[in-house]
Design a protein around this ligand. Structure first.
Ligand SMILES: [Zn+2]
Length: 58
């Protein structure tokens, strides 16, 4: 299971193991889902995704 999921619509990256109801992951469209290789927050940030404040914080 991937650790991080990016939403290309909002440009937010979520930590799946810590996701909250308000992250609305289930509302992310398939075409907007971005997984990362390597599956790290640093890699997501380097691809211009911002950490979700609900499940990652600052
Ligand atoms: Zn989140």
């Amino acid at each position: 299971m991937p650790g991080f999921l990016g939403d290309k619509h909002t440009n937010l990256v979520h930590h799946l193991a810590n996701m909250k109801k308000d992250c609305k992951i289930s509302g992310v469209k398939l075409n907007d889902k971005q997984y990362f290789d390597p599956d790290t927050l640093e890699n997501a940030k380097s691809k211009n995704f911002s950490p979700c404040i609900l499940c990652i914080g600052n």
